[in-house]
Ligand binder design. Structure first.
Ligand code: DLL
Length: 433
């Protein structure tokens, strides 16, 4: 039977959600206009005043906020609460430009913890569970976010953080952990390591995993579910919007419910900014209606997905987002064709490979080169050159049919690609170096 952490809001009728969003939006816009000069200026430039925002139907009138604004206003320019009321920061790794520093009041942390608690309960978590949090703790939001949610649910929380894989497996076994939270790439690595230790799904008590922070394919979900003997749930979020828990998957595993009492979602055409109708694929834009310290209004996430309000069998009424294919920044344009790493992952896993791969793109004589390096699994590894070449050809054909362009496939010996304990690095784009 489906269980909920806050059923009155998670299953509220749509009119109730819309009314709540409208009231919160109006109050939030008034607040940021009055207290954050950066927002006031942006609104003035767009010719919109707080009085023009009477509800969510007026959302389109407001200016977008982008990563460039965050850079511009770094570090304090978007602060929406007095610094003395802020109790914590988190930060992005800053791999694509300057870091983002997000601020939190205690109220913000409480709401964030609630969102993560909803995700844990949706994955079957309760006071009876032992929840091992193997996301990184520290500036990254993964560890603290799921930790807060787990404690709210009343699980016995194991704040092990990422890394030290043997100790992870020992704790899973010794403490009878039933829920694992980490990145999908680390979950895959844990499964691989267990196999090497001669352990199978029946040797660990896990029943569910809550995996996110990076794009992962349906095929990767199947593979993790089998090796760990669990149900694997997706969770989505970003530092700018508190962290994990903006959206989470229910037992139906068909899209992630966006916590709409706190976040209003829109999908736009990333090139024109036009708001797209329900069901269309585009860039996800989120307005946080009750965050205090780091208010984000119409924030362009750069994540490409679609939304549906179709009835979900789980009983939750909040809109669902499809699995993001990855950030628009992660999308590669190779010989004029758009390629997402997650599409490549799908082909690899469908051909029996494990998710240990690297995409290398370069430009030689004005032409893009495109290579997919992938490890063979131990049972594929052979000195029969003919067999290896046949696999290589099959993979090249699969990639061509998925992407419409040719890739050179290089098969590597097992264990040649570095394993990730957090977000996996899948792409080396030498054109950018
Ligand atoms: O990754 C927050 C998080 C932690 C989410 C733990 C889930 C679990 P950032 O480091 O700021 O925050 O990175 C945010 O990661 O814009 C997406 O591109 C990507 N991302 C996050 N969750 C998913 C997901 C955290 N479930 C960026 N599927 C986002 C695909 C995801 N991509």
């Amino acid at each position: 039977m489906e269980r909920y952490y806050q059923p009155e809001i998670e299953c509220a009728p749509r009119e109730v959600i819309k009314k709540l969003q409208s009231e919160r939006l109006v109050a939030q816009i008034r607040r940021v206009y009055d207290s954050v000069p950066y927002y006031r200026k942006k609104m003035e430039e767009k010719g919109v005043a707080p009085e023009d925002i009477k509800g969510i139907d007026d959302l389109y009138k407001l200016p977008f906020l982008s990563k460039y604004d965050l850079r511009d206003a770094y570090p304090y320019g978007l602060l929406g609460a007095p610094l003395k009321d802020c109790v914590r920061i988190h930060s992005t790794s800053g791999t694509t430009g300057k870091r983002v520093i997000a601020f939190y009041t205690q109220h913000d942390i409480d709401l964030w913890d609630d969102c993560c608690a909803r995700a844990i309960v949706a994955a079957g978590g309760s006071k009876d569970d032992v929840c091992q949090v193997a996301y990184g703790y520290g500036l990254f939001t993964g560890g603290f976010g799921l930790n807060g949610g787990s404690q709210k649910v009343g699980c016995l929380t194991v704040p092990i953080s990422s890394g030290n894989t043997e100790r992870q497996i020992m704790f899973l076994q010794d403490l009878n952990a039933t829920i694992l939270c980490c990145t999908p790439s680390y979950a895959a690595y844990l499964g691989e390591h267990m196999k090497e230790m001669g352990l199978g799904p029946d040797d660990i008590p896990l029943k569910a995993g809550i995996f996110g922070a990076e794009a992962w394919s349906e095929e990767m979900r199947q593979s993790i579910q089998e090796t760990l003997g669990i149900k694997a749930y997706d969770i989505y979020g970003l530092t700018e919007l508190s962290g994990p828990g903006v959206a989470f998957e229910c037992s139906d595993q068909h899209g992630m419910h966006i916590n709409e009492d706190h976040f209003i979602a829109e999908i736009i055409d990333p090139d024109t900014g036009e708001v797209l109708p329900e069901g269309a694929t585009g860039e996800l834009v989120i307005t946080a209606v009750d965050k205090e310290a780091f208010p984000m209004i119409r924030y362009r996430t750069r994540d490409i997905c679609s939304l549906t309000r179709e009835k979900c069998p789980c009983g939750r009424t909040h809109v669902r987002m499809s699995k993001p294919k990855g950030r628009s920044d992660d999308m590669l344009i190779i010989r004029g064709v758009n390629v997402f790493p997650s599409q490549i992952e799908t082909v690899l896993l469908n051909n029996g490979f494990a998710p240990n791969y690297l995409i290398v793109v370069d430009r030689v004589n004005n032409t893009d080169t495109f290579e997919v390096q992938v490890e063979m699994t131990p049972d594929m590894f052979t000195d029969d050159i003919g067999a290896i070449q046949a696999r290589q050809k099959a993979l090249e054909a699969g990639l061509l049919s998925m992407l419409g362009i040719r890739a050179k496939v290089t098969l590597l010996a097992p264990k040649s690609i570095t394993r990730s304990e957090g977000k996996a690095v899948r792409v080396i784009d030498k054109r950018k170096i």
